[in-house]
Design a protein. Sequence first.
Length: 419
Amino acid sequence: MLDRRFIRDNPEAVKAAVRVKGIDLDVDELLRLDQSSRELQRDLDEAQTQRKSFAREFGRADEATREKLRAEHEEQDLHLRSVREQLTDVNERLQALLLRTPMVPWTGAPVGDESANVTIRTWGEQPAFDFEPKDHVELLESRDWAEFSRARKASGERAYALKGEMVLLERAMLSYALDYLIELGLMPISVPALVREEPLIGNGQFPAHREETYAIPADDLYLAGTAEVALVGLHAGEILDARALPIRYAGISPCFRREAGSAGRDVRGLLRVHQFEKVEQFVICRADDEESDQWHAELLDAAEHLLQGLGLAYQVVEISTGDMGAGKYRMNDIETWMPSLGAYRETHSCSSLHDWQARRASIRYRDTDGTVKFAYTLNNTAIATPRLLAALVENYQTADQKVQIPKVLRPYLGGRTEL
């Protein structure tokens, strides 16, 4: 959500953001509703002032005058009720448009759709096999490390069940990420996957992406697709002390996504599933562009460090305006090499949102001069499984269908070098 005053003062910048991000939004209609809202609010304030004045006058009046004042009072009440109803209606329509208003992206973002994304750097070497490598599904099934058909029998499409050593490898990857983030000073926190609607609005998932979220209508709850949702919700409506910032979380949670509409080879096995585990980096910082840029770089660096420790080749991508989502100021994806696809595949997504989320969730802080400001928020994946687990298995497979264990994971697996 953007500041209404910013929209009024910078209508062309907002219209440009709407255009380059491909958002269906009439900014002129938003401005008209904003003007109506302010005019109706003034009318309401004046009517309420008149009503207070009337009460004082009525208390001093004689009985004959009171009869006349009662008739005027009824007219005032009707007018006041009408203004309130109009203001409520206008504000509801205005709020609906504000919730769809995108953040103005940074000037360095490529303009266009997904095809405009730009690879800005690569790291590592793609493995060269002297045998015919298997994809992760074939390898996991041949070693009895996963159940796919039986899991679909229990839970439908895109379900899976890890078994035996693969469960241990997944836990090792998550622990490796969590330990590193703790070393960097982030606060580890496990958050609920069940959330109310308000955090999903604050996060930006609602209203635009409601269809991607699992709903539990009987309890008015939803299954969150990332720990970020609950982490935004934890501080919703709060005024934080500036001295407590930045707040840096390493959030761990199960995640649930409907993944509606995706299809093809890239949904095979563990690549695009409805349920997964993730360690998420999340930052709340002061409303300072340079500080936000610094945290963006550090979140990205942490994810790269983890991938480099795993020895997995990857590329960092500058995401275009039309692919980054409404709330993003800047977004970088990290794509990890998947041998079975012969391509890099997204495993991390690093985003700066400035005050877009904080305004939706009302996350503020009191600065050292006493000024109350909306905070800035950022997030990035640390490790998400099982997609990254699939990459690890495919990249480290051997001719005899074993999997070598990267050195950084061996302490979590009793010192073993392969599975």
